[in-house]
Design a protein around this ligand. Structure first.
Ligand code: SAM
Length: 224
């Protein structure tokens, strides 16, 4: 379920992020899109119209590769993945990176599990957990290179959820929009109580659309 024009935009847009997508990657994105919009008829998964799926779901998810080094063997936790964003597009594009996706809503987790099985993705697992509860499992703490979230919560709430999962020297990363500055002021006050420091805010222009994504990178100082 991708038009020729959507395939062209996906490949061209990904190239702008340094990602080279083959035909088989595009087939996987097409299947994911078809499952998403078919299931969306009876389960509320997305409000983004199908004709903006490539820009606002797929390329937006992949844009984080401009700011993180997703090298083979590294691990990324996607907290509040919803219908699989950004985790599933990243798992398709980076088959040698390990992804764990969690969400507190069962029906969304069931959808993502069906996507993983349909696409036979071997580098990604999904679990029905709230972040606060997933962090209570000792083997989940301080083990991920990156913990990320898109559209889940304001940063002063999000950071205490993300940081416990990250290794010392790793990064918690929030996908944010133009309203990030007001959130950052509050975060700067709150961050003194967290085990992290705001390293940088990076703007990435999304291809083919007048939208700027802002990534807030918080570095984990030490394991805890
Ligand atoms: N990240 C996806 C995206 O960008 O399309 C979904 C965004 S949706 C607006 C927010 C998701 O976060 C919901 O699916 C919700 O169930 C999940 N969520 C909110 N708080 C959470 C928590 N504390 N732990 C796990 N999931 C959470």
């Amino acid at each position: 379920m991708l038009t020729m024009e959507q395939r062209r935009r996906l490949v061209e847009g990904a190239k702008q992020f340094g990602i080279s997508l083959e035909e088989w990657h595009c087939d996987q994105f097409a299947t994911f899109g078809a499952l998403l919009y078919e299931t969306n008829k009876f389960v509320n998964l997305t409000r983004i119209p199908v004709d903006q799926m490539v820009e606002l779901h797929f390329l937006d998810s992949l844009a984080i590769s401009k700011v993180l080094q997703l090298s083979a063997g590294s691990s990324l936790l996607d907290v509040g993945t919803g219908a699989g964003f950004p985790g599933i597009p990243l798992a398709i594009a980076f088959p040698r990176v390990h992804f764990v996706l969690i969400d507190g809503t069962r029906k969304k987790v069931e959808f993502v599990r069906m996507v993983i099985e349909s696409l036979a993705l071997r580098n990604v697992s999904v679990f029905h957990y709230r972040a606060e509860d997933f962090a209570k499992i000792p083997s989940n703490r301080s083990v991920f290179d990156f913990a990320v979230a898109r559209a889940v919560a304001p940063m002063e709430r999000l950071l205490p959820w993300l940081l416990p999962f990250v290794k010392a020297g790793g990064y918690a990363v929030a996908y944010k929009g133009s309203s990030v500055d007001a959130e950052l002021d509050k975060l700067r006050i709150a961050i003194k109580t967290f085990n992290g420091s705001i390293e940088r805010v990076v703007s990435v222009a999304l291809p083919f659309i007048e939208i700027e994504r802002k990534f807030v990178l918080v570095r984990k100082q030490s394991s805890s």
